[in-house]
Design a protein around this ligand. Structure first.
Ligand SMILES: [Zn+2]
Length: 395
C-alpha cells in the first residue's frame, strides 16, 4: 500500500457512466480491498448509499470514501497486481434508483423551504423508503401532504434541467444552505428551483424522477420526518398498497373503497357480540352452578362441598364458582386436569377462609398460592399430587 495518490471520481463528471476502465494503484486486505486511479463507483457519502457492481468480474460489496481515495471492497481477492488494468461495471438499477431518491430529495427540500418555510435538517436514503427531517412544522395534515406531493409532481412533470457546476465558495451565491467548505464547490442546480452544494449523483432532468409518493409524516426529536418514495419505487409501493387493500377487502366481500366504513362497523358488531357472549356465559354459569349445588350433599353442618374439574386454566371457571357460592352454605373447589391449578371459593356463611385453607393445604404438597377469604388460587407442582391436596382441603 505504497501509493497514496487520490482516486479520480468519474461519477462527479458523468453520473450516467456505468462501465469504465482503470488501473490498480494499491491493494489491501489480501487483494479484497482495491484502489484505482479512477472510478465510477459511488462511495457511501452525503447520505447516499454506495454503488455495487463488478470489478474485474468480481462482485463489489462495498465502496468506501477514504478522503482522497475510494476503496472498493470485493467478495474475493482480485488476483491481479498493482499496475494491472481492470474494467468496472456499476450496477445500473441500484444507481439509477438512488439517483432518483437523491434528486427527489433536492426537489422536495427546495419546495418545503421555499413554499412552506420548513428547512431540511437531515436526510436518509434507505433501501425501502427515504426520509427528510424538516424543522418549523407546526402540524402536518394528510391534506397538506397531498398538496405537497402534487406540487413536487408538478415540478417533476415540468422536466427542469438538473446540472452540475463548479464555483468558488467565496462567490457562489443563492445556495439553499451555506457551505462551510473553502475552495471550489460542486453545485447541483435544478433549473429555476434550487442550488445546493452536493457531491452525490443526480438525474439530468426532473422528468427522470417519474413520480413521487409521500408516505406520511411523523414527529421525531423536535423535527418532522417526511417519508417518500420516488420513481420505480413509487410504482412498486403503490402496487403493493393496492394488493394489500384488495387482500384485506376480499374476505369481507367488499370493494377496497368500502373498507373505511365497513371495518369500524364490523368492529362495533364484534364488540356487541363479545358483550352478548359475556352475558350468556354468566347466565349459563348461573344454571350450571345451580345444578352442581343441588347435586352436592350437605354435611352435618349444612355445608355443600362442590367439586368441579376443568381442562383449561382454573381462572376460566371463576364466574361458575362465584355463581355457586352466591347460593350460600357452599365451598367450591375447581381443579385443572392439565395445569395442576386449583381454585377455591367459599360462601360467606360457610365459615371457611379460602385463602388461609388453600395456603395450608398447598404447604403439604409443596405448591404455591393464596388469595382472599372468599376466593383463592394456586397450583400443585405435580398433577399426581392433586388427590393429596384434595384430602387436605377435606374433599
Ligand atoms: Zn445531491
Amino acid at each position: 500500500m505504497s501509493d497514496v495518490s487520490g482516486t479520480q471520481r468519474l461519477y462527479y463528471y458523468d453520473a450516467a457512466l456505468r462501465r469504465f476502465s482503470a488501473t490498480i494503484v494499491a491493494l489491501g486486505d489480501g487483494g479484497r480491498r482495491v484502489y484505482l486511479d479512477r472510478s465510477a463507483f459511488y462511495p457511501t457519502s452525503g447520505g447516499q448509499p454506495h454503488d455495487t457492481g463488478l470489478l474485474a468480474d468480481i462482485a463489489v460489496l462495498d465502496v468506501v470514501d477514504e478522503g482522497e481515495r475510494v476503496a472498493h471492497c470485493l467478495a474475493e481477492p482480485i488476483g491481479l497486481p498493482v499496475g494491472a488494468m481492470v474494467v468496472g461495471q456499476v450496477d445500473s438499477a441500484r444507481r439509477q434508483d438512488f439517483m432518483q431518491q437523491h434528486t427527489a430529495q433536492h426537489l422536495l427540500s427546495a419546495l418545503l423551504t421555499d413554499r412552506y418555510g420548513w428547512p431540511t435538517v437531515s436526510v436518509h436514503f434507505g433501501d425501502a423508503t427515504s426520509t427528510v427531517d424538516v424543522s418549523g412544522v407546526e402540524g402536518l395534515s394528510s391534506a397538506q401532504l397531498a398538496r405537497i406531493e402534487r406540487e413536487v409532481n408538478e415540478a417533476i412533470l415540468a422536466n427542469h434541467a438538473v446540472s452540475v457546476s463548479y464555483e468558488e465558495a467565496a462567490t457562489a451565491g443563492d445556495l439553499r444552505k451555506a457551505s462551510d467548505r473553502d475552495g471550489v464547490l460542486r453545485i447541483v442546480s435544478i433549473e429555476g428551483l434550487d442550488r445546493s452544494a452536493c457531491g452525490g449523483t443526480h438525474v439530468s432532468r426532473t422528468g427522470e424522477l417519474g413520480m413521487l409518493l409521500l408516505r406520511g409524516a411523523e414527529k421525531t426529536r423536535g423535527h418532522t420526518r417526511i417519508e417518500y418514495v420516488c420513481g420505480g419505487r413509487a410504482v412498486s409501493r403503490a402496487r403493493a398498497d393496492a394488493e394489500l387493500l384488495a387482500r384485506t377487502a376480499r374476505p369481507l366481500s367488499a370493494a377496497p373503497e368500502d373498507l373505511p366504513l365497513l371495518v369500524p362497523r364490523q368492529l362495533e358488531r364484534l364488540a356487541e357480540q363479545d358483550a352478548e357472549i359475556r352475558r350468556l356465559r354468566k347466565a349459563l354459569a348461573g344454571y350450571e352452578a345451580q345444578a352442581l349445588w343441588q347435586q352436592a350433599v350437605p354435611d352435618a353442618s349444612g355445608i355443600r362441598r362442590v367439586r368441579h374439574d376443568v381442562d383449561g386454566p382454573v381462572k376460566d371457571a371463576e364466574p361458575l364458582a362465584q355463581a355457586c357460592i352466591a347460593l350460600g352454605h357452599c365451598v367450591m373447589l375447581v381443579t385443572s386436569r392439565t395445569t395442576g391449578g386449583v381454585l377455591i371459593a367459599t360462601a360467606a356463611d360457610s365459615v371457611v377462609d379460602a385463602g388461609v385453607s388453600l395456603k395450608a393445604a398447598l404447604q403439604v404438597v409443596g405448591g404455591r398460592g393464596g388469595g382472599s377469604p372468599r376466593l383463592a388460587q394456586g397450583s400443585v407442582p405435580d398433577i399426581a399430587r392433586l388427590p393429596e391436596l384434595l384430602s387436605a382441603l377435606g374433599f
